[in-house]
Design a protein around this ligand. Structure first.
Ligand code: PBG
Length: 333
């Protein structure tokens, strides 16, 4: 692409900025309701929604409450949701066994949501951390998260979620080879149309802190962090390698996570691979913005929409965001 540089006064870039109509004419990116995916926390127990301490205005919903709560966003045009479970400690063990029970809260929720709202896209995380007593995404052996042992469980979890009716499986565990194994098992079991959106480049970020409180997976027992599987924040070549591997293993869509501080990664992945590419504006980003809003340092809707345009400009096809309810209110008016 050749950029023609003309100089003042032949070129006054303010000309097209001067009026609303011409600003609209030259606007390069757009943002619609179809670009947002709502991450929702479902509670395993309880009768009413509970506020998540680390995330202002975000709640955990027992499934019956969620079904009611979805009425309004569905009318406003909500297109897809991503489900995350909150599991009580007594149901957790070292292997995350409850993840493989068809009676668990996610399996039940997918079925009920699909019954009530057949047209919504349902995305389910594939990872064991909400279900394990040590809060890691896989199985621990000899003091470390064991890649190949974890793969077996993750494949079983993926098949169970597909069987429950999940449209898109989103492996967020960062084990090597999981997309390939999941894809192969889906084919063998004739789930030909189940999509895989891999958390392809998922960094070991401090910005997941509020989420871990939300899903009751905050207390990492040895190893005390996820650095042996999530990516080093210093790297971007490695992120492209991860993305390339997941695509070759059979991912239909890729995701980069966290969001706003990682726009360079989104932009490069989109440019190099031309795949459907998603951003996850994670819990810590949400809570930072909300803290500023609560202190009247930022105007809520302005900052939310600005961040959405930034994601689109970087090349994201869609954004996972806890701001979905505010965005639906704003765009459906
Ligand atoms: C689970 C998972 C995490 C998030 C999504 N899936 C947490 C983690 O990896 O520790 C983070 C989402 C957020 O912070 O909003 N593997």
């Amino acid at each position: 692409m050749k950029v023609v540089k003309r100089s003042f006064p032949k070129s006054r870039l303010r000309r097209t900025r001067m009026k609303s109509f011409s600003r609209k004419m030259v606007s390069e990116n757009n943002f619609t309701i179809n670009d947002v995916i709502w991450p929702v926390f479902v509670a395993d127990d309880g009768k009413s929604k509970t506020q998540i301490k680390t995330m202002p205005n975000v709640y955990r919903y027992p499934i019956e409450v969620l079904l009611k709560e979805l009425e309004k966003p569905m009318k406003q045009g909500l297109n897809a949701i991503a489900l995350f479970p909150h599991i009580s400690d007594d149901k957790k063990d070292g292997e995350g066994s409850y993840a493989l029970s068809s009676k668990n809260v996610i399996c039940k929720s997918v079925k009920k949501i699909k019954q009530e709202y057949p047209n919504i896209g349902v995305i389910c995380d594939v990872a064991l951390d909400p279900y394990t007593s040590h809060a890691h995404d896989g199985i621990i052996s000899n003091g470390n998260v064991d890649n190949d042992k974890s793969l077996k469980k993750l494949v079983e979890q993926a098949l169970l979620l597909a069987d429950s009716g999940a449209d898109i499986l989103a492996p967020s565990d960062m084990m090597d080879g999981r997309v390939g194994r999941i894809r192969q098992s889906l084919e063998e079991k004739e789930y030909y149309d189940t999509m895989i959106m891999s958390y392809a480049a998922k960094y070991s970020s401090s910005l997941y802190g509020p989420f871990r409180e939300a899903v009751n997976a905050g207390k990492l027992i040895e190893p005390k962090n996820k650095k042996s599987y999530q990516m080093d924040i210093a790297n971007i070549d490695e992120a492209m390698h991860e993305v390339a591997m997941d695509i070759s293993e059979g991912a239909d869509m890729i995701m980069i996570k966290p969001g706003l501080p990682y726009l360079d990664v989104i932009s490069k992945a989109k440019e190099l691979f031309s795949m459907p590419t998603f951003a996850y504006q994670v819990s810590g980003e949400y809570s930072m913005i909300m803290s500023a809003v609560k202190n009247n340092h930022l105007e809520e809707l302005d900052i939310i929409l600005e961040t959405m345009f930034c994601f689109k400009r970087a090349g994201a096809d869609g954004i996972f965001t806890y701001f979905t309810p505010q965005i639906l209110d704003a765009l459906s008016n």
